[in-house]
Every structure is written in structure tokens, then in C-alpha cells.
Design a protein around this ligand. Sequence first.
Ligand code: COA
Length: 264
Amino acid sequence: MYSTLLTSLENGILTITINRPDKLNALNKDVFNDLETVMNEVYQKAEIKSAIITGSGSKAFVAGADIAEFSSFNKEQAVALSKRGQDVFFKIENSPKPVIAAVNGFALGGGCELAMSCHFRICSDNAKFGQPEVNLGLIPGYGGTQRLTHLIGKGKSMELQMTAQIIDANEALVLKLVNHVTTQENLLVKAKAILEVIHTKAPIAISKIIDCINTAVVSDSAYTNGKSGFEKEADAFGDCFNTADMKEGTTAFLEKRKANFSGK
Ligand code: COA
């Protein structure tokens, strides 16, 4: 049914698996289209009570936005890409039914941003998190500047995003980026066990908790009309596409060599 996702429904839990293992499940246009459609299913179908988002294979949750897809974009295309990603992730974040990220490996760039748009995260002990966009002469464009700051605080968010440091599962737990760390074998078992507890509670109350907590952590009313922090991010993401360093960073990645930044 989906070209980039696998789905399975069991006990009211829809497990959504991003399925581009040869590209470490990188997010391209098709993945965004499929994620939007599957979230419509989650919103609309009574038989779906909650969802888990995970990645296929044992190595990656999602290794980021698909660098090959956007490396030749101009500013306008980049702003549109950022807004598209932000909108799909808003749809996940504002789901009236619980959505948990089960992070089974690399959650870098757009992958970390996808996990952060879920209501909470659990991960396997091999998981790695980071916003390494500055290595590409870029910034996060799918909400990372906003959500990582909300989740782990300004100082640590600044440090991680400026250094492009990749952190492991235990550090993610200490920073409260994830709620639980488990083995890879137990990851979906643990996610399902949590959701089964939530399924015993009142669904309308659960959806109101989601709505209220989302409102509490976002002071700039990103959940209504004034997406100020997110709009600024999309514009700044687009600005990066007018720089030589972004061309150098993405070209170097695709050519499998180290980037040589000029500051231009
Ligand atoms: N976009 C597009 N392709 C990606 C990708 C991305 N974000 N991340 C990985 N891939 C592709 C690689 O190009 C490679 O494709 P190929 O086999 O056709 O050459 C394949 O996935 C496997 O990745 P590879 O880099 O060979 O695996 P690795 O184990 O050596 O390294 C990572 C794993 C995650 C460290 C490395 O892939 C990486 O740094 N990815 C980019 C992370 C990033 O910067 N994300 C933010 C993007 S905005």
C-alpha cells in the first residue's frame, strides 16, 4: 500500500516502519507523502488506537533528510522543503492518538526531528542521536532547532547543534531525549507494553492531554497559527542554500570526502 513504509495493525497499535534500509531510511519526498497519508489513517480509523514509528533494519531509525534529493535546491525550494517537513511532523505531534518513536539505531538530522515530533521516545541500546546539519553547512529544517531546545534545554541544544556531536542511548536518557533504553529485541515489545497501558485509559482524556501538553511546551503558539520559531527556522534553512558551504558540505557527503568549508 505504501512505497516507503511497512505497516501492521495489532491490538489497536499501528506499527509504522520506514522502509528504505539501503539509504538508512533517509526521508525523501515519498516518505513524507506516505507519512502524511498514514497519519490520516491514524486520525480517522477507529480500529487504530495508537501508533509506533520505527525504522527497518538493525542499523538506522532514520539517518536524516535525503541529502541527494535536496543538494541542488535554491532558497525557495529549501524553504518549501522545510515547511513541508514541519507540516508533516506537526501532523504527527498533534495526533489525537498517542504516537511513540521506537528508535532502533541512527536518528540523525531529520531522523532525530521525526523522533522528537512523536509524543515520546524509547530507544534500543545501539541508538545514536544528533543534529549534524552543520557538517553540511546547514541547520535543522524540520523543527529541530525548536523541539530539541524544548526537550533538553537551551544550553545543551546549542552545544549539540553547534558541534554536530552524536550522542548514544545512555546520554539521550540522561538528557531526557528518550524515556527508556532497552535491547533491540525488546524495543517494540516495550513500546507496545506502554501503549497497552494507555489503551486502558479514556481516549478523549488522552487526546486532551496531548493537546494541553503540546500547548504548554510551545509558548509561540506553533500549534495554532503563529509558527514564529518554526517559520524563522524554515527561512534560515533556506538561507543556507544560498551559501557555498552548503554546496560544499552536501557535495562532499555525496562524494564520500571531508568537507572543506570557506565561510562563504
Ligand atoms: N541522505 C541520503 N543518503 C543517505 C543518508 C542521508 N541522510 N544517510 C545515509 N545515506 C546513504 C549513504 O549515502 C549510503 O548510500 P550508498 O550505499 O548508495 O552509497 C547508504 O545510505 C549507507 O550509508 P553509509 O554512509 O555508507 O553508512 P555508514 O554506516 O558508513 O554511516 C552514517 C552511517 C549515518 C554515519 C552516515 O550515513 C551519515 O553520516 N549519514 C548522514 C547523516 C546526516 O548528515 N544527516 C543529516 C542530513 S540533513
